[in-house]
Each structure stands twice: as C-alpha cells, then as structure tokens.
Design a protein around this ligand. Sequence first.
Ligand SMILES: C[S@@+](CC[C@H](N)C(=O)[O-])C[C@H]1O[C@@H](n2cnc3c(N)ncnc32)[C@H](O)[C@@H]1O
Length: 273
Amino acid sequence: MTPEETLGNAELNYIQHFMLERTGIALEKNRACLVELRISNLLRDLHFSRASDLVNAIHMAPLGAVASALIDALTTSETSFFRDRTPFDILGQEIVPDICKRSAFPLRIWSAACASGQEALSIAMTIAETSQQLLLQTKILASDISQQALLQAQCGEYSELEVNRGLPARLLMKYFTRAGRNWRAKPSLMSRIVFRDLNLVHLSLKETFDVVFLRNMLIYLDDAAKRTVLKNVARCMSAGAYLFLGGAETVIGLGDFFETVRFGSNLCYRLKK
Ligand SMILES: C[S@@+](CC[C@H](N)C(=O)[O-])C[C@H]1O[C@@H](n2cnc3c(N)ncnc32)[C@H](O)[C@@H]1O
C-alpha cells in the first residue's frame, strides 16, 4: 500500500494537530511526503490496515502506547557524540570553572531533548576530563519525549557507526567497554545520569539546573511552542545559569528570559537576573 492509499487529508490533519498540541512540532505541509512515509511504516508495524484505525486509537487513548509510538515515529532523534564540539569546550574550559567558583555542589546539568543519550554522555566525559572528583559531584538529567530514544539512552549502548560519529578513540577506550559488536558506556559515566521522560511543552519539573543543553529541538517547533519551551526551561534554571542552543537556533524574538554571553566568536545564553 502506498502512503497516499493509507492516509487521507482528515487523518493527516488530525495527526498534524495532535503533534502540534502535544509536542509543539510543526509538521510542515511541504514535508508531507516524509510524514506519510513514516506513518505508513508505523501502520505496518502496529498491524493497522488504515490510518483511521491509528487516529481512532489515539483519540481513545491520547496518552496511550499508540500515541507514544506516533510521537516516536514523527520526532527526529538525529544526534552524535560531541555534536558541534564547541559547546562542550566552552562547558569544560569556561563555564564549569565559573560555576565551581560561585555555586554550591552538586553541579546540576540538564540535557533536555537528549535523544539517544550521546549529548548527556558527552557532558559527563567533558566533566570527567576536567576532574574525576568533580564528576562525582555532578548530577546530569537526560530527558526526552521519545520513549524509543530514551530506551537506548538508558542502555548507554552504541553501535560502531554511532561511536565513530564524534567520539575520539581515546575517550572510547577510556569510558566504554565492548558489548558484543557494540560499545557500552561505563558505570562511572552512567551512574551520574538520571533519565526521564519529559515533555518540554507541558513541563512539570521542580528542579533547577546550572547549565541546560537544549540543542537542535526548537528548530522543529512553531514559534508559539518555542516561546512556551523557553519559558518552561527558564523556570528550571538557577540564577545566572547557562543555556546552550543548537547552531541554527536562537532566543531572539522568543521572550525576554536570556542574555547573550560571548566566548570568543562563540555564544551561549544566560538567565537574566
Ligand atoms: C534532533 S534531536 C536533538 C538531540 C540532541 N539534543 C542533539 O543536539 O544532538 C531532537 C530531540 O527532541 C525531542 N523532542 C521533540 N519534541 C519534544 C518535546 N516536546 N519535549 C521533549 N523532547 C522533545 C525529540 O524526541 C528528539 O529526540
């Protein structure tokens, strides 16, 4: 069955509306082909013969397993170790020493929208390379809305291909062990990370953090949802806490919570006082 045969306009509209309301993700009309393909694969995996069966199942149980599978299918969990490198250099060389001077321990760092966990592990390795002792005084929260991505993040296990994307061989040997054909992060890293299923659009989190990595997530959202997410995240940051966004993302025009901080030619954001 082709995507056109399985997915009518009414179902596509329902799914677009569901994703926008639940996750803030705007499934643009010009990407309909990709959306249709992903939904067609999901229908096959769930043994539904029609898209209306999928819509009915979500309508009956908006917080159920089928809704969760749809979110998994329509979120983009692309990530890699030390993605874009610079934020991790700034974290280790500038921000951690600054926070250590003025904050009480533990150091609290949040990888919001962590996907399959490479970002949280890269943060843990950055801290460990600064000081093993400091890592013991660091708490990292890694969260995502995708159950599938979180499951891999919690296992901390990666294929050869995944470790070859951004992880230097020296750090691979130091912080990972072989697990069959895969590599598994050592308990010294994993034990510092708590994993949680959190929706940044409808966020109920009471903790506060010194540094937040919110990278390559806002780009998928419409402007209203971007504002909501930044407001929710700002509420979970301690005074003077730092925020990293992805290279194609900004806070400009999306509320007044953050000021820009420059590190050479690079920048990140800090919660306004
Ligand atoms: C492209 S990945 C970014 C991963 C990592 N931060 C990086 O930069 O490599 C985007 C992640 O955002 C997550 N996401 C999308 N909408 C979300 C929401 N409303 N709440 C929490 N996570 C969300 C997706 O599940 C996906 O794993």
